[in-house]
Design a protein around this ligand. Structure first.
Ligand SMILES: C[S@@+](CC[C@H](N)C(=O)[O-])C[C@H]1O[C@@H](n2cnc3c(N)ncnc32)[C@H](O)[C@@H]1O
Length: 404
């Protein structure tokens, strides 16, 4: 059984998130992963999970646009689809077709989709099923999530996904089983009561990806020591973790608390527990450190302070100074974490690169972190980076593990 996943705009991160989740659940040796362009394919070597289990895993992901099952026999798939809707007496059904992967061979994907849609419609009609199709926006080769969602293609119709592969002329076909619930992400993003427009906030989907990269079991505890308005805490609670949040700025602590309480009103947080408190990483309070030593923490997930918000490209010396200050903060963080003497500890953190007129200024972690830390993120074959076109700051995502 093979499933496909379509990555969001920061592909490397999306791929790493999927690989971490499934390798964690099923074991690295039980799955085979292949990627090309925006597509990731997972093959289960032995018994595959059911479609509904896959949907549960998919709903945990932050960086994936949609997923579905690869259809081994395309003719049989169309036949079965016709049978399904013929018996269901649904009147007219709606479907759509998207192309993904390496498309160079398809000269006019949009025209190709239109032609193919007509053919499928005709086929369905000849099997007694009335249908209408939704086409991608002109010039595009894929339906948008909104089109799939608004036409309820995954529930009341279907989306057929055609995937071209790296080293093969054969098109793979798949049927979409789930689309990212953008409305739910937007709800948390825009309706949460406390925001910090000055400090800035971690993008919600990135927070979700980072929590998934920590790869810890639900019910375990995640700490964000730079919690700001609590984006990481909200996503971690949503996924069933217990959370600790701290910040040296009391209004950030209050903001996090407000947002977490709001989460509790709108989402079932089950038995997840939280605690937020004032704490300065560079001047740690001894009593709190003792308490943290007696708390089992599985992972630290955070975006440390990256300097004052940047609106334009900054001069080189300013960027160098920012990178130096960031390195200093990280040195304090990792010294403290080693001192907590946890059994095992994962750290997922944002490390910035600053854009200057002379190019990018990076922070070098190796010079500030002791050799007791293993850099897990370098095991991924993809680049774990979050940025947008024309970004003046790049977020590199690092995953580290305390090597005992
Ligand atoms: C980039 S923000 C974190 C954003 C947060 N993830 C969110 O989405 O709201 C960095 C936070 O680090 C806090 N901070 C800076 N220096 C600190 C220190 N030495 N100890 C603890 N918190 C600190 C700031 O108050 C700020 O809230």
């Amino acid at each position: 059984m093979q499933y496909f996943f379509i990555a969001g705009s920061n592909r490397g991160l999306s791929f790493a998130e999927i690989q971490t989740l499934f390798a964690g659940q099923y074991g690295t040796d039980k799955i085979e992963i292949d990627t090309f362009k925006d597509v990731l394919l997972i093959k289960f070597k032995s018994a595959a999970p059911s479609d509904s289990d896959m949907k549960i895993w998919f709903d945990r992901l932050g960086g994936v646009v949609k997923f579905g099952r690869i259809v081994e026999d395309q003719d049989k798939f169309l036949e079965e689809t016709a049978d399904k809707f013929n018996n269901a007496e649904t009147g007219s059904i709606r479907f759509g077709i998207s192309f993904h992967g390496k498309l160079d061979r398809v000269e006019d994907p949009f025209g190709g989709i239109k032609k193919l849609s007509k053919k499928v419609k005709k086929y369905l009609k000849s099997h007694g099923v009335k249908s209408g199709y939704t086409l991608p926006q002109k010039g595009s080769s894929e339906l948008s999530s909104a089109q799939i969602f608004n036409n309820s293609l995954t529930e009341d119709g279907f989306e057929l996904v055609l995937i071209s592969q790296q080293n093969s002329d054969k098109l793979l076909a798949g049927v979409t089983l789930g689309v990212q619930n953008i409305e739910d992400f937007s709800f948390r993003d825009f309706k949460k009561p406390a925001v910090d427009t000055v400090m800035g906030m971690l993008p919600l989907k990135l927070a979700r990806i980072m929590v998934n990269l920590a790869d810890v079991e639900p019910g375990e505890t995640i700490w964000d020591p730079f919690c700001g308005s609590g984006t990481v805490l909200m996503e971690a609670l949503h996924l069933g973790y217990n959370v600790l949040g701290s910040d040296f700025n009391n209004s950030a602590v209050v903001n996090s608390k407000t947002n977490i309480e709001w989460m509790g009103e709108h989402y079932a947080l089950d038995d997840s527990r939280y605690r937020v408190f004032d704490f300065d990483i560079s001047d740690p309070d001894g009593k709190i450190v003792t308490e943290l030593k007696h708390t089992t923490i599985s992972a630290v997930v955070c975006e440390p302070y990256m300097g004052p918000p940047q609106k334009t490209v900054i001069p080189n010396d300013e960027a160098e100074e920012q990178a130096r200050k960031f390195g200093f903060l990280i040195e304090n963080l990792f010294d403290l974490l080693e001192n907590l003497r946890q059994e095992t500890l994962k750290v997922v953190l944002v490390v910035p690169s600053y854009k200057t007129r002379n190019g990018w200024v990076n922070v070098s972690l190796n010079s500030v972190i002791s050799s007791n830390w293993n850099i897990v993120s370098s095991d991924y074959i993809w680049d774990l980076q979050w940025s947008r076109k024309n970004s003046i700051i790049k977020r590199n995502i690092m995953v580290l593990e305390l090597d005992k």
